[in-house]
Structures are given as structure tokens and as C-alpha cells.
Design a protein around this ligand. Structure first.
Ligand code: M6R
Length: 609
């Protein structure tokens, strides 16, 4: 959470920082600020509560001139969103300023220790101990002081530091929070994520934990904690800056929903081919190792967890290996049993989610092999896992995940097919039939996107509802969970997903006249049973919109509105049935006048526990 940027160069820093922050607002947006070394070598800080636009207005009134600076967009953890708690934070003398993304777990102890030494604090944040510690350790060498400071910090951090004591320098370091370095022509950047700097350079360094970045008149140097120079390869960003722009759509979410056919296709490209075995270049696990696996865990958070639930069905059905799926924040504290015969699959769009990362590390500690499914090249999970399967969704900016989810589903199917092939659990014909159907998904997704009037109407008729229920069986239940999460995230309507057969064991008590129910009935073998469950809620007055495969016209007799998804095999139906659910939450959010791309209390990348 939180986004940080830094600039060192020949242009006015403020506008570059603000532009960078605008690309990082998805990480947090309850306050923003900058600290710039002005023409006199003094630090000028401007920061305020609220969206970046508030800061921009302030900066328009009182511009800051200078060529070196740091900026921050915040998702509050310690202390409410307020001007005082906004970053950058500085020491009392105002000679050192810091932006921070992460959480300092031992900040209370550090704060007390500093207070005993006469330091005072203005904010409620954990971050404020950092500029004060740097001040305490400063003895004519800023880098040395930052190094001594981070030795005292427990928790996670990506830091950008400037000081008027050494006004021609910018220092940065990371541990368990993302940070990249951009290398331009005579100018350098730091940022939490690549889109923040893409208008200026495509050449970046991906930093490892505890690598220190020094920007000064000699250029940019990266050092390890022993002050030894680290030689790093430049990573050249190949995707376009436009990918992180709205491109004519009203919202990033809508754009990303419409990018799904391409994202699905890209994720399959060169991996799934007719009459060829599954090709996974980045995966080195051998046939013997696959045959040795006796248990798979799929662990993730939020939407990625929902993709994992589909993954469990797919792997168990196709490769016949037992799979347990869990949310990372629970898994990591339940004393899980793993060994060298366990395979851990972690799924994370950002590749930086703190809970997922902790699970990955625990799995490695217990000798399990780890495959990461992630969308971000060079992200921490991609670097720490044994194998990586990238989803090629392109940058996902909207907080509500859409295209990342469908590509995670594709990744799950690919892994399931890969294991099935290696374990000979499917005949060649069965394998080819599934692959053929997968290759048709991009076209079918496109078709679905062209017909969404009924979904829009249902959203416009029901956006004032207090509650909404999502029902399904089998894979439809997995998709129902995702539909329900999407709706609550961006429209703030209370919603729940239930396995339809479970309803009569309690939740049906909540159904009354006019309750909106979304019923998924795409699973052929469960269709009749699902229709019976729909009748149970209809009898109690529910207003039902149902999703079924093309051809199941009979469902219209039972429901208020029916949406048909292009025919595919049951196993792959989630890729298609989730699309109208995403649109339902989008149109509901619009009808309610909510901020679709930046829903309240949320952030795109959850890098704290
Ligand atoms: O980056 P990750 O995939 O690890 O993120 C996991 C969740 O935080 C994320 O999916 C969250 O639930 C989304 N806001 C859902 O739309």
C-alpha cells in the first residue's frame, strides 16, 4: 500500500513527482505529499489529506522549485488520514525528509527510545521515527546514517530520503516493499511501480531487499549493506505507457474488463497449442518431481484466492492430485504441514501481497517447492519462488481486479493440464478437447462483452438494494464468491456468496420480497439442482437474475432475467460467467455514484499484514 516516487535530474522535480504519484494513486489515495530540495538547498514539504488533486491545487498556488525530490500517496495504517499524518515526514529541524511504504513494527519502542533522547513527534505514524533516527545517526554521511537506521527497523519498508545537509543526493532502500529505480538520460527515478516513471524511461533496475540506492552527481549507484557496489542488469520495460492509461474508457475498470479477451489470449500464447504438449518456459519442475507431489496448496488473497478455488477443481479433476486452497492470512498462522513432497502455488496479481509472500517463505522453509502465478515481472514473489508462471494481463490499475482474475484462471488451467500431461491422467483426445475449448475463450469473451444491456438494466433497477446474494454450485460457487466480492468492493452493497445447496441450512431466512439474487447455473451436471434452489428463493419473493449456458432457455420460466454465456465445457465456464458479474458491479457502482476505480478504504497492493 502507499506509493512512493523520487526524482533526481535537471527538470523541475515537483511536476514529475506529481505525475508519478498520479500513476500510483491506485496503491492508496487518502493523502499525498512531496518534499523538494529548493534552489537554496532547503527542503520544502507540501502535503495534505485527500486525493492528489488537493495537493496539486496547493502546489499550483505555491509552486516549489528544485530538481531533487520525493513524493508519496498514502493508504493509512498508523494514524487516520490527516494533513499531519501525510508523508513526507521530517525531523524537527526539517533537514531530513522521508517517504515510506510499509510498516515499521517496532516503531513504538523506537519512538520511546528517541523521546528519551529529546526527540519530539508530531504525527501518529510509524514512519516518523525514520527521519528522527537518521537525524540521530547523522554524522556528516547521509548514506551511513540511513544504513544505521534501517538496521534498527523491524517490518517492511521502501524508503526515499533527502536531506538539506547533503542537498545533491537522494537515497533509497527497500525491504519487503516494492521499489524500482528508473534510469533516464542524466536523470534518475525511484518508484513503487513501473507505470510511475514510464513517461520518462523504460530502463529500470529491480532492487533486492537491503540494496541501497545513491543518486548524486556521479549518477546512480547501488550498494549492499557492506557498502559494496552491486552490479545489476537493466530490465527493459517492453509494454507501453498507454497500457496504464484509460484509453477512452470512462474508468480503468471498464477498460480492463474489455481487455480480457486479449489478456486471456496473451496468457495462453505459446503455452497452449493444438497438438503440442503444454509449453512452460519459466517452469523447471521435472516429470519426476511432479509425480512425487502428494499434496498441493494454493494460497492467495481476495480475488486471487477465488482463482485458486477454481484451480483446486481444475487440478483435482484433470491431474488427480489432492489440492487444498486457503487464504494467505489464515494459512500462515495455522501451523501448516508441508515437506519436500508438497507443492505450494501462490497466486498474486501484484506479486507483493504481504500475506502471500509470508506463505511463500514459510513453504520454502519447510522444503516445499513453490510456483508463483503473478502478473508483475520482477515482483518479489516472482523472484523468491522456484518457478514462475506469468499472467500476461498487462498493468491492472483499477483496485477491483478483473483481467488479472481471468488470466489467473487461465494459469490454473494451464498448470492443471501440464500436470495431467506429465502424470498421464488424461488421454490425448481429452487433453486436446480441453485445449481446443480454451483457444476459443477469447472470442467467446468478446461476444459476451458485446451484449450487456440486461446486466446494466438489472444494475440500474437494483442499485438501491441493501443486500444482494450470489448463489452457485461447484465452480459456479467459486465464481459467485468473486462476483460478490466485486460488488461489495465498488458499490458498498452488502453481498454474500453461498453454495446454493447450503441456503436452506440457514441463510434462506434472509430472503424476503424484493431481495436481489444472482444465480449461476452454468454447470450442466448441477443445472436441475440449481433450478430447484432458484425456485426456493423465488417462492420467498426474491428477484433473480440467472446465468446459464446458451440453450438453457427453460430457465426463463423460473427467473426474472436470464443471461446466457456462450457454450463451453463446464470446467472453463468461470472465465466467461465472471464477465457479466464484473459488469454488474461496475454498473451498480456507477448508478450509485461511487468512485469505481478507487473504492473507499481499499488499495490495489496490500503490502502490509
Ligand atoms: O495482488 P494480489 O493478487 O496478491 O492481491 C490480492 C487481493 O488484495 C486482491 O485480489 C483484492 O482482493 C482485489 N481488490 C480484488 O478486486
Amino acid at each position: 500500500m502507499c506509493g512512493i516516487v523520487g526524482y533526481f535530474g535537471k527538470e523541475q522535480a515537483t511536476s514529475i513527482l506529481v505525475e508519478g504519484l498520479s500513476k500510483l494513486e491506485y496503491r492508496g489515495y487518502d493523502s499525498a505529499g512531496v518534499a523538494v530540495l529548493n534552489d537554496d538547498g532547503k527542503i520544502v514539504v507540501d502535503k495534505c489529506k485527500g486525493r492528489l488533486a488537493n495537493l496539486e491545487n496547493k502546489l499550483d498556488e505555491n509552486p516549489i522549485h528544485g530538481f531533487i525530490g520525493i513524493g508519496h500517496t498514502r493508504w493509512a495504517t498508523h494514524g487516520e488520514p490527516s494533513d499531519l499524518n501525510s508523508h513526507p515526514h521530517s525531523n524537527a529541524k526539517g533537514t531530513i525528509s522521508v517517504v515510506h511504504n510499509g510498516i515499521i513494527e517496532n516503531y513504538i519502542k523506537l519512538r520511546e527510545w528517541l523521546m528519551e533522547k529529546g526527540y519530539t513527534f508530531k504525527s501518529e505514524t510509524d514512519t516518523e521515527v525514520i527521519p528522527n533516527l537518521i537525524d540521530f545517526y547523522y554524522n556528516g554521511d547521509l548514506l551511513e546514517a540511513v544504513m544505521k537506521t534501517v538496521e534498527k527497523l523491524e517490518g517492511s519498508y521502501a524508503l526515499g530520503v533527502v536531506s538539506s545537509e547533503e542537498p545533491d543526493k537522494l537515497i533509497a532502500v527497500r525491504k519487503d516493499s516494492p521499489l524500482i529505480v528508473g534510469v533516464g538520460k542524466g536523470e534518475y527515478f525511484i518508484a513503487s511501480d513501473i507505470p510511475a516513471i514510464l513517461n520518462h524511461t523504460r530502463e529500470v533496475y529491480l532492487l533486492e531487499d537491503k540494496e541501497f540506492v545513491v543518486m548524486d552527481k556521479n549518477g546512480v549507484t547501488i550498494l549492499n549493506s557492506n557498502k559494496e557496489k552491486v552490479e545489476k542488469e537493466i530490465y527493459h520495460v517492453t509494454w507501453n505507457a498507454d497500457a496504464a492509461e484509460k484509453g477512452g474508457y470512462a474508468h480503468f475498470m471498464l477498460k480492463e474488463i474489455h481487455e480480457q479477451p486479449k489478456a486471456i489470449k496473451d496468457t495462453m500464447t505459446s503455452r497452449i497449442m493444438k497438438n503440442h504438449s503444454i509449453k512452460l518456459d519459466d517452469i523447471t519442475i521435472t516429470k519426476d518431481q511432479i509425480n512425487n507431489i502428494d499434496k498441493i496448496y494454493i494460497v492467495a488473497c481476495g480475488t486471487a484466492y477465488h482463482a485458486g478455488v477454481v484451480g483446486k477443481y481444475a487440478i483435482e479433476r484433470l491431474a488427480r492430485i489432492p489440492v487444498e486452497v486457503d487464504v494467505a492470512s489464515e494459512f500462515r498462522y495455522r501451523d501448516p504441514i508441508m515437506n519436500e513432497r508438497t507443492l505450494m502455488i501462490v497466486v498474486s496479481q501484484s506479486g507483493e501481497t504481504a500475506d502471500t509472500l509470508a506463505v511463500l517463505r514459510e513453504a520454502k522453509k519447510q522444503n516445499a517447492r513453490v510456483i508463483a502465478v503473478t502478473n508483475v515481472v520482477g515482483s518479489t514473489v516472482s523472484r523468491e519462488a522456484d518457478d514462475v508462471l506469468y499472467t500476461w494481463a498487462g498493468p491492472e490499475i483499477a483496485v477491483a481486479s478483473t483481467k488479472a482474475y481471468v488470466t489467473q484462471l487461465i494459469a490454473m488451467y494451464i498448470i492443471a493440464l501440464f500436470f495431467a500431461e506429465n502424470k498421464n491422467t488424461l488421454s490425448k483426445e481429452e487433453l486436446e478437447a480441453i485445449k481446443d475449448e480454451m483457444l476459443l475463450l477469447p472470442e467467446k469473451a468478446k461476444e459476451l462483452l458485446e451484449n450487456n444491456d440486461k446486466v446494466k438494466t438489472f444494475a440500474e433497477d437494483n442499485y438501491t438494494n441493501r443486500d444482494m446474494f450470489f448463489l452457485g454450485r461447484g465452480l459456479d460457487y467459486a465464481v459467485a464468491m468473486e462476483g460478490s466480492l466485486k460488488l461489495k468492493e465498488i458499490s458498498y452493497i452488502h453481498s454474500e456468496a453461498y453454495p446454493a445447496g447450503e441456503l436452506k441450512h440457514g441463510p434462506i431466512a434472509l430472503i424476503e420480497k424484493g431481495t436481489a439474487v444472482i444465480a449461476l447455473a452454468t454447470q450442466e451436471n448441477l443445472f436441475e439442482k440449481m433450478v430447484s434452489n432458484i425456485k426456493e428463493v423465488k417462492t420467498r419473493g426474491a428477484k433473480v437474475m440467472a446465468f446459464a449456458m446458451e440453450g438453457h432457455k427453460e430457465i426463463e420460466k423460473t427467473v426474472d432475467s436470464a443471461i446466457y454465456i456462450p457454450r463451453t465445457i463446464e470446467l472453463l465456464a468461470p472465465v466467461l460467467s465472471v464477465i457479466p458479474l464484473q459488469l454488474l458491479s461496475y454498473y451498480t457502482s456507477i448508478a450509485k455514484g461511487c468512485d469505481v476505480d478507487k473504492p473507499r478504504n481499499l488499495a490495489k497492493s496490500v503490502t502490509v499484514e
